[in-house]
Design a protein around this ligand. Structure first.
Ligand code: ADP
Ligand code: UVW
Ligand code: MG
Length: 401
């Protein structure tokens, strides 16, 4: 079974092509700057030279056509014809309360994803454009949608409701949904395997820290709480997103700075976080480099970032009344020795004993970074959201529920 996995953003489209016989990646790539001048297409076929092209790609439909051209290209391609693609799996960020698991795309499913545009105006419309573009270019191929929110649908009311009038939940479904669910699901299962313990017996805090960042409290193999909320803005401090703040800051700032709703939204999503405090950038590599060179604002940004992460780990340990392991994943979690050190060293009261040499090991394998004697373990588990999407697509298309 050959499966194409797509992750569509507002101006980008990332893809991976899997051979599910051995779960190998035949090709991967991305189209960036869709609808802008000088769109970029990067295509990496396994065992062949990488392609980098700059051209005009006006919409997601053209992007899908271009990536199909690449996959079946005489020189850079990995398939003879697009007929070899059995199914396409899509990442859809918001599934609201309607989708508790992945599902095959039907007219009703599309209608429901459209209805959820309101709750995720930046994320769901491009995913829908990806689905429509595949329908147009590969009309015979079944499609599956995998939701960031689905894994967190197991949260109880006490953790998913906000203490605001209940009528807002009933009328508008204002509640915590949580995101990065495929990643929290994937790494919690792999963490249990790495620890050699049944997942159902473990209390875990998984930290998906990349561009977007969220923590999840995992109990009995299910999501019990998570730091992102109605939208992916709540919770941890991120590259350009503020995370938690006093909600009164919103009307106060709008008033003082004469900002519109759109402007304040953009301030909190695109001009806050590491970028705002450091004044340097949103990339943790740049922050650590500047901090090591003595930059005070970079150090402040780093300290705020790691402090806020520790607060969540402590809160979730209390929320679950226990903790067996914390799990670091995504760009920062998998790569930043400094972030992991700052978090773990200041959680010694919880029973976390960092092993510096283990923390400095660079590897793509799941591994422990605490000492053998450490009462609570810390693990690094590389995430793979695309593989989980491919597996769900494979299972659903084969009719296995
Ligand atoms: N070696 C590294 N050290 C510290 N941070 C890193 C390193 N490599 C990547 N990152 C961080 O990972 C982030 C990207 O994470 P990723 O999970 O790929 O994000 P996304 O999928 O949301 O684009 C970058 O912004 C960067 O800050
Ligand atoms: C939901 C979300 O924040 O996704 P990303 O980390 O890809 O921005
Ligand atoms: Mg990501």
């Amino acid at each position: 079974m050959i499966i194409l996995v797509m992750n569509a953003g507002s101006s980008s489209l990332k893809y991976q092509l899997y051979n599910m016989e051995d779960e190998s990646v035949l090709a991967q790539g991305r189209v960036e700057r869709i609808g802008m001048d000088a769109s970029i297409l990067v295509h990496e076929p396994a065992g062949k030279a990488e392609v980098n092209e700059v051209s005009e790609i006006l919409d997601h439909n053209t992007a899908v056509r271009r990536l199909i051209d690449m996959i079946t290209h005489k020189e850079h391609g990995v398939l003879e014809s697009m007929k070899e693609i059995h199914a396409v799996g899509h990442r859809v960020v918001h599934g609201g309360e309607s989708f508790k698991q992945s599902t095959i795309v039907t007219d009703d499913v599309k209608k429901e994803i459209r209805r959820l545009f309101d709750l995720a105006p930046l994320h769901n419309p491009p995913a829908m454009m990806g689905i429509t573009a595949v329908e147009y270019n590969l009309p015979e191929v079944p499609q599956v949608v995998v939701f960031d929110t689905a894994f967190h649908q197991s949260m109880p009311q006490e953790t998913f409701l906000y203490p605001i009038p209940m009528v807002l939940y009933r009328r508008h479904k204002i509640r915590r949904y949580g995101f990065h669910g495929t990643s929290h699901d994937y790494v919690s299962k792999l963490a249990a395997k790495t620890l050699g313990m049944p997942l159902e017996s473990l209390k875990l805090v998984t930290c998906h820290i990349g561009n977007g960042a969220s923590c999840a409290a995992i109990m009995n193999g299910r999501s019990f709480d998570t730091s992102m909320g109605l939208t992916p803005l709540e919770g941890l401090m991120m590259g350009t997103r503020s995370g938690d703040l006093d909600p009164a800051i919103v009307p106060f700032t709008m008033n003082k700075e004469e900002l519109t709703l759109n402007e304040v939204n953009s301030m909190l999503n695109k001009h806050s976080g590491l970028l705002a405090i450091s004044g340097i950038g949103s990339d943790m590599r740049e922050i650590v480099e500047a901090m090591d060179a003595g930059d005070k604002q970079a150090k402040l940004a780093f300290d705020m970032y790691t402090y806020r992460l520790r607060k969540y780990i402590g809160a979730y340990a209390a929320g679950m009344n226990g903790l067996d392991a914390i799990v670091f994943t995504a760009g920062v979690g998998e790569n930043s020795v400094a972030v992991r050190k700052a978090v773990c060293e200041n959680l010694s009261f919880l029973g976390i004993e960092l092993d510096d040499a283990r923390n400095e090991v660079r590897s793509k394998e799941p591994r422990s970074i605490t000492t053998d004697a450490s009462r609570v373990k810390a693990l690094v588990v590389p995430t793979n959201e695309e593989l989980l999407i491919a597996r769900d697509t494979d299972r659903l298309v084969k009719g296995i529920v």
